[in-house]
Ligand binder design. Sequence first.
Ligand code: DON
Length: 573
Amino acid sequence: MYIYIAKSNIVKQLYHLILCIAVLTSCTTHNTSIQSSGTIGNHALVSSAHPLASAIGLEIMKNGGNAIDAAIATHFALAVVYPQAGNIGGGGFAVIRMNYGTINSLDFREKAPALAHREMYLNAKGQLNDMQSTHGLMASGVPGAVDGMFALHQKYGTLPMAELIEPSIEMAQRGYALTPLAAELLNTKQEEFQTYNRWSTPYHSDQDWQAGDTITQPDLALTLEHIQTNGRNGFYEGIVADQIVAEMQSKNGLISHADLKNYQSVWRKPITGNYRGHQIISMAPPSSGGVALIQLLQGTEGYPIADWGHNSTKTIHLMAELERRVYADRATYLGDPDFINLPVDQLLDPRYNEQRFSDISFDKATPSALVSAGEIPPSESPETTHLSIADADGNAVAITTTLNSSFGNKVMVKGAGFFLNNEMDDFSSKPGSPNQFGLIGGEANAIAPHKRMLSSMTPTIVTYKDQLKMIVGTPGGSTIITSVYQTLLNVIDHGMGMQEAVNVKRVHHQWYPDEIRVESDALTENVQTDLAQLGHQLRMTDKIGRMDCILVLPDGRLEGGADPRGDNTALGY
Ligand code: DON
C-alpha cells in the first residue's frame, strides 16, 4: 500500500480509513488448505483499481448499501481518481449474482453513432487511416456507463442514487492525490493531451507530476452534480449532452444529441458453463469473454493440469493451443447479437469443442496459419478497469468498464471534465487488419450504425454447490479472457488462494500474432526452451492484466486478490 501526503481533507480521511482497515484486516486465514495472502473481509469486500475508490465502495456497504450500491459508488469514484479507465464517457459490462441465486448481466457497452459506417476509417485507397479509430473524436462510441449505473440501481440498488454519487462529487471538488504509478502514467501522456484537446485540462502540467500532487476537477464535479440532480438525463440530455455534442462538432466527431438521448443499456442472459463442478457465470456477447472462457475451460477439463503443474511446459502448451483456436472462433463468429445471429449455443456445445480441439498435438505447436475458425453446423434458427464486490448478504457483482485505451481517445469534453472513449477501434475496421490489440475480425464485427463493438471484457462469477465462490475480472484488452481463465485455473486446479492466484505471472496467446506473450519470470529457462522446441514463439512482455478478485474461503470469510501490477486495493470489513 502506498502512503503519500494528501492535501485535501476527504483524501486525508480516506487514506486514514484505508490504513486502519488494512491493519485490521491483514491477518491470514485460519483455513489450512488455502494459503491466503490477500486482504480478508469477514463480511464484505471491495477490490478495485484504486484505494480511494475501494474505500468509497466499502463505506457504502458499511452504511447499509448492498454490493450493487457499492459497485455504483465505486464506478463513479473510479471516474474521478482513475481517469485512464474509470469513466462516465465509456462503457462496460456487469455480471451479478444475488444471494437468492438470481443471476443477471447488464450490457452498457458503447454503441456506434448513427453516422458511423463500415468504411469510416478507410481512405480512398481502402487503407486504414492512421489512428482515427484510436485517437481524437472520431474514435468515440456513444457512452453507456451512466445509463448502465442507473439501470443497475433501478433493478438492484437500495440506497438513494444521490448518496452513491456524492462521495465522487466531493472528491472531484476537493481533489485527490496521485499515486506514484498515476503520476508516472500522466507524465507519459502530456503530448497526447496537448494534441487532442482545445484547452488545458486538469491533467495538463508543464512540469512533471509527482506522487502526492493533488488534482481537482471542478468541471467533472459539476457534471456529476447534473447527473445526481437529473438522473440519467443529466448526462444524455441538457447541458452535459450539449457539451459532448459541441466537442464533437469542434472537429470530426459523429455523436449527436439523438445518439445520446436514445442510448439504452441492455439486460442480457449471462453465459454459463461448468468446470470441475463449478458453475461459471460470465458476460454474453457483445462481449466475447464469456463464450471464449467457457470454450477454454471445456478444452482444459479433460487434462490433469494440476498434476502437470502451474506454468509447466505441458500446461502452457495446452493453454496456447486452446487459445489460438478459441480466438480464431472469436474473430470469425462473434459480434453484436442485436445485429447478427451468433452461433453461441454451438460454440458452447461440448461436442463442438471436443471436435474443435481434437487436433491438438502434444508433440508440436500448431502454427496459427494452419488454424482457422471451427466449422459451425448451420444454426437451427436462424486501459479498462474491473471491480469485484461481495456484500455481507452474499450478493456479488463483477463490473469491467473501460474507455478502451488509456484515457480513451485522449479528448476531455470541454466544460464537462471527463475523457471520451475510443471504443470504435474494437470494431473490425477492415477485415483481416489488426486493431490496437492485434485482434483481427470480419463481417460479424463490421461497423454499422447503432451497433455495439465486440469486447473481450470478462466479468465473471463462480459458484460451487450453489454457493458463491469467486468474483473475477481484469482489464487488458485481448488478454482479459486468458487472464481470467488462468486465474480460475490457479484457484481451482492449482489450489492457490486469491491473492496468490492474482500475483503469479501470466502468459497469453490470441491466434494472431502467432506467439505466446510471457510476463517476465513467468516461465523457467527450461520451460522456455521446451516450448520453443515444440514450435512456439515466445515474446517477453511487461505486465498482463490488473485483476481485482474475491474468493470465498471455506469458513465463509472473503479473501481479496488485488493486483500488485497496479494500485489495485482490496478492502474489507
Ligand atoms: O472491450 C474490450 O475488449 C477492450 N475495449 C478492452 C480494453 C482494455 O482492456 C484496455 N485495458 N488495458
